[in-house]
Design a protein around this ligand. Structure first.
Ligand code: ATR
Length: 283
């Protein structure tokens, strides 16, 4: 059986093994997908060990996405722009890296949530690894403009600067902003910070929300609750990042296996199981 896994720290509560097992079951693919806890400084050894055991590829999660990207011999354009990888494949001539997070986000917003990004005004809050992973694919969806607001303005500047040629190509206006003085109003506000974890509600003012705006937290579960509650309290639609998690996995599965799994079905199942707290072991 072909072996895959997710590597990170922590990984104990990762939903990826269940998601990939369910994809495999529904598409008739024969594979095993596990999880590996990697200690700080241990990524190279963990990758070598997994490849030596016959591993075909792995997903990479916090805090190793930057290091994983730097280790690759061959990379996709989107991982190069993000400077971060969430997928590695072991190939005969070395490691190939990719980043499926942004596509996962765009797919969840456009297909699962039915929100067309074309021509819209988007506010992306944050300029760390999570934001870097999604800015390129957001540009490719051709919104009218994207404002990147971050606590540390210089990080927003360098992220925007790196994406300016791509934005020019797709006629998307890119700009940066401070959190406390975001200019304008937005159809879509995406939280790519960890601010909800500190119970801070929202890092930006409610005046940024257009009537009926979609507000998206890239996290899910308790980590997304404060931001989503803030959005709902101000009349916006709120969506957590569970769909992004399933869609980035679906894209990884398609890259590895050449088959696109029924991601909307698996998302519905996962949401149901998480809400019920039921056993998610695939049959
Ligand atoms: P990740 O890979 O999850 O993006 P990261 O690279 O550490 O993690 O980035 C965390 C992001 O959350 C950054 O945009 C950070 O802002 P700074 O660049 O100023 O550090 C943002 N962040 C963290 N805590 C925050 C808070 N309490 N309020 C607002 N932004 C916060």
């Amino acid at each position: 059986m072909d072996q895959y896994c997710v590597m990170g720290n922590p990984v104990a509560h990762s939903q990826s093994p269940w998601i990939h097992a369910r994809f495999a079951e529904l598409t008739g693919q024969s594979l095993h997908y596990g999880r590996r806890l990697v200690e700080t400084g241990g990524l190279v050894d963990a990758l070598q060990a997994f490849a030596a055991e016959g591993g075909k590829g792995c997903n990479i999660t916090v805090p190793f996405k930057f290091e994983a990207q730097a280790l690759a011999q061959r990379t996709s354009e989107r991982a190069l722009l993000a400077q971060a990888a969430n997928l590695l494949s072991f190939e005969p001539d070395g490691i190939f890296s990719d980043n499926t997070d942004g596509m996962g986000l765009v797919q969840d917003i456009q297909v699962n949530a039915g929100f067309n990004l074309r021509g819209r005004q988007v506010l992306l809050i944050g300029a760390g690894g999570a934001a870097a992973g999604v800015l390129g694919p957001l540009i490719l969806a051709q919104p009218a403009g994207i404002t990147v607001a971050n606590r540390t303005r210089s990080k927003a500047h360098s992220l925007v600067e790196r994406h300016t040629p791509l934005a020019g190509l797709h006629r998307v206006t890119l700009q940066t902003s401070a959190l406390e003085s975001v200019p304008g109003q937005f159809d879509l506000v995406i939280n790519a910070t960890v601010s909800s974890l500190s119970g801070a509600g929202s890092p930006v003012a409610a005046s940024t929300l257009k009537l009926g705006a979609l507000v998206y937290d890239m996290m899910y579960g308790p980590a997304a609750q404060d931001f989503m509650a803030w959005a709902q309290a101000h009349g916006a639609q709120a969506r957590d990042g569970l769909g992004m998690l399933v869609e980035q996995a679906a894209e990884a599965f398609a890259i590895w296996r050449g088959v696109r799994p029924p991601s909307a079905q698996v998302l519905a199942e996962l949401r149901h199981h998480l809400a019920q707290g039921t056993d998610r072991t695939p049959r």
